[in-house]
Design a protein around this ligand. Structure first.
Ligand SMILES: NC(=O)c1ccc[n+]([C@@H]2O[C@H](COP(=O)([O-])OP(=O)(O)OC[C@H]3O[C@@H](n4cnc5c(N)ncnc54)[C@H](O)[C@@H]3O)[C@@H](O)[C@H]2O)c1
Length: 326
């Protein structure tokens, strides 16, 4: 078995590649390094630099490395950017996926794991959010993930490829500081960014119908997420056929205030958060049902939120010392 991991030099991809290699899987990474960092991969994992839009390269890589399964993480992932540049997002996220699936089908690869996102749900009322909750993405980014799932399932049916679509909830943390997420797109890096600038963190809305009035979300340690990929890969090597679409979340709700308290504990910065008005479209509560992941993948999140925040902070400090920012 050799697994091709697209986006393998990215934040999540590098964690997945390492976790799979450590578990004894043979792994090769493909990444165009548009936001990835080659050094995230240890020397034992080969990295092919190139794009999921390059069909000829994909065919070559699948053949040369005798690839038998693909974990596809390569994508653009910024919601705001997707609103400004929808055609680029559809081209990279859906076009790149179509090119890859064509190469996969042509090469006779029969196992495919796709990085989807809780963004496919939009802001549903459901609590918890199950895989049957209606999908209504609120950005072109979320649309590309939903269209991606449709395409994965259709190609799977047409070409006899067994598929798993993983809908990740809010991912943070790092296995080691060098592997940290360097972008500032999610709440945890955003809070670190404010603190590093000497500013108080912001809470958007404290009048939601939740126990402390702030919005509740499902946070997942990236190492738990990497283990979910390994579980998905093992399901496919174990002979599973057909398709599976599954939430990858902790199933545990954490409020923004609870998260801020953990950040204060970890950073030692006890500046009081500033409360600002709610942002339009933010749901009071968005927490995964993790039941199906338990049943189908034998997987559940094991790590505490505090551990996730601590490792994210170590990564933030490492990166900011290294770049001299902040
Ligand atoms: N980070 C999150 O919270 C989150 C949540 C849900 C889903 N996801 C999905 O997980 C995946 C990985 O996200 P991440 O957070 O690691 O982001 P990331 O930007 O760190 O990783 C994406 C990687 O893909 C590479 N890449 C992008 N377009 C490419 C292309 N066309 N060809 C080859 N390589 C390409 C980038 O260089 C980068 O290394 C993405 O599909 C993203 O949509 C992430």
């Amino acid at each position: 078995m050799t697994w091709l991991i697209t986006g393998g030099a990215g934040y999540i991809g590098a964690h997945v590649a390492r976790a799979m290699a450590e578990a004894g899987e043979r792994v090769v990474a493909l990444d165009d390094l548009s936001s990835g960092v080659a050094d995230r991969l240890p020397p034992g994992i080969p990295l092919v630099q190139g794009s999921s839009l390059d069909g000829d390269l994909l065919k070559r890589v699948l053949a040369e490395h005798a690839v038998t399964g693909v974990v596809h993480l390569a994508a653009r992932k910024q919601v705001g950017e997707s609103v400004a540049e929808p055609t680029r997002y559809y081209q990279e996220n859906v076009g790149g996926l179509a090119t890859l699936l064509e190469a996969v089908a042509g090469a006779g690869v029969r196992r495919f794991v796709f990085s989807s996102s809780a963004a496919v749900y939009g802001n549903p009322d459901a609590d918890p959010i199950t895989e049957d909750t209606a999908c209504a993405p609120m950005s072109p980014y979320g649309e590309t993930k939903l269209a991606g799932e449709w395409l994965v399932r259709a190609a799977g049916r047409a070409h006899g490829i067994a598929t798993v679509c993983l809908r990740y909830f809010n991912v943070a943390g790092a296995a080691s500081p060098e592997l940290a997420d360097t972008g500032v797109f999610n709440i945890i890096p955003m809070v670190f960014d404010r603190l590093t600038r000497g500013e108080a963190p912001r809470i958007f809305g404290d009048d939601y119908p939740t126990p402390d009035g702030t919005a509740v979300r499902d946070y997942l340690h990236v190492c738990d997420l990497a283990e979910a990929h390994l579980a998905a890969a093992r399901r496919l090597t174990g002979g599973a056929s057909g398709d599976l679409t599954v939430n990858i979340g902790s199933g545990r709700g954490v409020s923004v205030r609870e998260l801020m308290a953990l950040v204060a504990e970890v950073t030692g910065d006890t500046r009081q958060p500033v409360v600002e008005p709610r942002r339009p479209g933010d749901a009071p509560r968005a927490v995964a049902s993790a039941a199906l992941a338990g049943e189908e993948l034998g997987w559940s999140a094991r790590r505490e939120v505090a551990e996730m925040v601590e490792s994210a902070w170590r990564g933030w400090r490492h990166h900011h010392r290294a770049t001299g920012v902040g």
